[in-house]
Design a protein around this ligand. Structure first.
Ligand SMILES: Nc1ncnc2c1ncn2[C@@H]1O[C@H](COP(=O)(O)OP(=O)(O)OP(=O)(O)O)[C@@H](O)[C@H]1O
Ligand SMILES: O=P(O)(O)OC[C@H]1O[C@H](OP(=O)(O)OP(=O)(O)O)[C@H](O)[C@@H]1O
Ligand SMILES: [Mg+2]
Length: 399
């Protein structure tokens, strides 16, 4: 199975004069299911079609499928699938070693599982149209390229920050801010501040913007927190979330040393959005579902009974409380009872949405104004008339 994917990817690296033995391109039917009968590679600048293992220049065609890149491994992978599932966009993968999948609800869309940095690279090369990755990865590997557009900049998971950290001990004991670090007499042209980082684009850019002159960078793929204790670096620039790894390695963050706050984002290729048929519509649907789900995830519906002389009088009592105004004010309906043979509104049922964080405060305010029988239910979606992020996207595209 792995061999068949290699077959899929290999054309990407071919030079235009290459000829490939046809036997290396026979994909097993099970690993190839929903894909096209011929292997098409559309990395820029021009698409290349392979027929019987040879580059076919006469029939080369642009791909028609829309491609979404998702993290193939690591801490972002499972949460990305969970989020899509919560938006009713479940990803169907035949087996976990297969890198292509589909979202049955979105026709003409292929999901490709890739390393996060490759998702960004492939958005730029035109081999993917959409991707979900951490903002840190988009910023590092996108390098400010304006073909990358943030469609949704806060998917509410993968939270971390890219921060400078220095040892708590030795010459750094009393250094607590970036300006104090910059002003240390130790850093000279001959003996600059040595920073270990995996962020070799953002790191130098940040230091330059902050006016730090004497800095050099070294890089490693992981466990950067060991570098100062090993004597390899004076400081590190790495991702931090709980701060445990820094603490356990006797390192500290400093004021003004945060380069970026990051979380998962939905990113798109501007070119694809504008030029590739169906990408904008599919993006709209994904965006609407994400927004509706994320908005709902922060809210509860609260229903309660309330006695009162009229709907207006009940509404006034509710709106006098700061935590009870709901998304667009309360919904109030009369509850009719029959008493002494006469049907009349005995009390009123009210429905409001309250932020999860303010739930207990809201319940107390409701009780204080005469609310009883308070029921709380989770919300699945809140669809607004139009999502603000969609409006922003159209604006960025000049549409
Ligand atoms: N504590 C954290 N450390 C690193 N990344 C985090 C953290 N919290 C959230 N993230 C997010 O997760 C992404 C990296 O995840 P992970 O380290 O699992 O990926 P990876 O594919 O294994 O990459 P690598 O092998 O380069 O570490 C980051 O780009 C960031 O957006
Ligand atoms: O603030 P914390 O919650 O402790 O998280 C931060 C650590 O997590 C990441 O490493 P990862 O687990 O990806 O290991 P790696 O160094 O091998 O990439 C990151 O590079 C930090 O080392
Ligand atoms: Mg990692």
């Amino acid at each position: 199975m792995a061999a068949s994917f290699q077959a899929l990817f290999q054309p990407y690296y071919l030079s235009s004069s290459s000829t490939i033995p046809s036997s290396s391109y026979i994909a097993s039917p099970s690993s190839y299911i929903s894909l096209k009968p011929r292997i098409v590679c559309c990395s820029s600048p021009s698409p290349v079609t392979l027929v019987n293992g040879n580059i076919d220049r006469t029939t080369s065609t642009e791909r028609k499928e829309i491609r979404l890149g998702l993290p193939s491994k690591g801490r972002m992978a499972a949460e990305t699938l969970d989020l899509l599932k919560d938006c009713q966009l479940s990803v169907r993968q035949v087996n976990p070693r297969q890198y292509v999948a589909e979202i049955p609800l979105l026709s003409n869309l292929e999901v490709w599982f890739q390393r996060q940095k490759d998702i960004v690279r492939k958005l730029l090369s035109g081999d993917l149209d959409l991707g979900i990755v951490g903002l840190d990865t988009v910023s590092e590997y996108g390098q400010g390229n304006d073909d990358l557009i943030l469609v949704h900049d806060s998917l509410e998971y993968g939270d971390c920050r890219l921060s400078i950290a220095i040892p708590k001990y030795g010459i750094f004991e009393n250094i607590n801010s970036l300006s104090e670090l910059a002003q240390m007499p130790q850093w000279t042209k001959e003996k600059p501040l040595r920073v270990a980082t995996g962020f070799t684009y953002l790191g130098p850019k940040f230091m330059e913007e902050k006016g730090l002159e004497h800095v050099t960078f070294s890089t490693a793929d992981g466990a950067l927190e060991a570098a100062p204790a090993m004597g390899i670096a004076d400081a590190i620039l790495d991702l931090v979330s709980s701060g445990t790894t820094l603490r356990e390695n006797n390192l500290k963050e400093i004021e003004g040393g945060t380069v970026l706050q990051s979380q998962a984002v939905l990113v798109a290729s501007k070119k694809s959005l504008i030029q590739r048929e169906g990408v904008l519509d599919t993006t709209h649907e994904i965006l609407e579902r994400l927004e509706a789900h994320l908005k709902a995830a922060g809210q509860f519906t609260v229903t309660a009974n309330m006695r009162g002389s009229s709907m207006e009088e009940v509404a006034e009592r509710i709106l006098s409380q700061p935590s009870l105004s709901g998304l667009q004010g309360p919904t109030i309906s009369p509850v009719f009872c029959k008493r002494d043979g006469k049907v009349s509104p005995d009390y009123y049922a009210i429905v409001i949405c309250v932020p999860k964080k303010a739930l207990y405060k809201s319940v107390r305010q409701l009780r204080a104004i005469g609310g009883s029988g308070v029921l709380i239910s989770p919300l699945t979606y809140i669809f607004d008339e139009e999502t603000p992020k969609w409006r922003n996207l159209l604006q960025k595209l000049g549409l």
